[in-house]
Design a binder for this molecule. Sequence first.
Ligand code: FES
Length: 126
Amino acid sequence: MTQVPEDAQSAHPAYLCRDADLAEGDVVGVDKLQAGALHGYIVTRVDDQVHAYRNCCPHAGRRLDWAPGRFLLDGRVMVCPAHGACFRIETGLCISGPCQGEALERVGVRIEGEAVWLDEQDADLP
Ligand code: FES
């Protein structure tokens, strides 16, 4: 873990969000500039476990937020606004729609110092 000053945490390429800001059932979108390119992530908490995925639908590669950071949710199911694929937020598995049986690409996360961080091997860090 790279140590960064408190006020610089949000700019760190592996920082996703404050742990306290991610309530049970929340789904948030985070865009990070990593190695010169913008990468989108989806972060959620289900049964007090934090999960994160790349913000890229396995059907046609579209983002899953219909507006920046805004997702279509039906309980624990997230719906892709492009063609209606439905994903379980705790697994990333598509349970109906054009990519049924496929899954969002999961990325590793850890909670450290009251923040949620991408695991370094899953972040394209400079
Ligand atoms: S891009 Fe998501 S359902 Fe087609």
